[in-house]
Design a binder for this molecule. Structure first.
Ligand code: HEC
Length: 145
């Protein structure tokens, strides 16, 4: 098994493990079919970003001397300094944010904060249609470009 396949396997096992302990459909702000759009969750995610991410990733997402860019013309999701951090899909990016960010307190985000801040990054990076109805299964199946 190559490293990438192994990573996908580990990522999906980790995700399934998460699914058992928490119930995404009951997390505030992330309920599918409750009238949320990617933009409405991004608005909540912007607050998370301002409080917990901006110090290392900058207000315009271009990064600082500490953290890399997280959106923008030159942002390639999952690629950092030429190596692969996570596979370019919504689930792997959500897993990465949930387990590794913020770097100074990894694993501290609630499920809904992780989803909302991911929506914010994806709206800023034009990866999703902001006005589209939010659906978590669509988010995790999203192929990132
Ligand atoms: C203390 C500095 C720091 C903070 C705060 C921080 N990050 Fe990061 N972030 C980093 C660094 C450094 C990396 C590079 C990868 C690594 O070292 O794990 C990174 C990588 C990332 C990546 C992957 C970038 C890529 O190339 O695909 C994402 C996405 C990300 N951070 C999101 C967040 C979010 C969301 C928050 C807030 C909840 C956050 N970060 C808070 C330092 C930080």
């Amino acid at each position: 098994m190559n490293k990438f396949a192994l990573f996908l396997l580990v990522a999906s096992v980790a995700f399934l493990g998460f699914g058992c302990g928490s119930s995404p459909s009951t997390s505030p702000g992330t309920t599918t079919g409750s009238g949320n759009t990617f933009q409405s969750l991004a608005n909540q995610g912007k607050v998370v970003y301002s409080n917990k991410c901006v110090s290392c990733h900058a207000a315009n997402g271009q990064g600082t001397g500490v953290g890399p860019a997280v959106w923008g013309a030159n942002y390639q999701p999952g690629i950092y300094n030429g190596s692969t951090l996570f596979a370019p899909n919504g689930q792997a990016m959500l897993n990465f944010i949930s387990s590794s960010m913020p770097l100074n307190s990894p694993g501290s985000l609630s499920h809904s904060d992780a989803v909302n801040v991911l929506c914010y990054l994806l709206v800023q990076d034009n990866q999703v249609t902001p006005s589209a109805a939010f659906d978590e299964s669509q988010l995790i199946n999203l192929a990132l470009k």
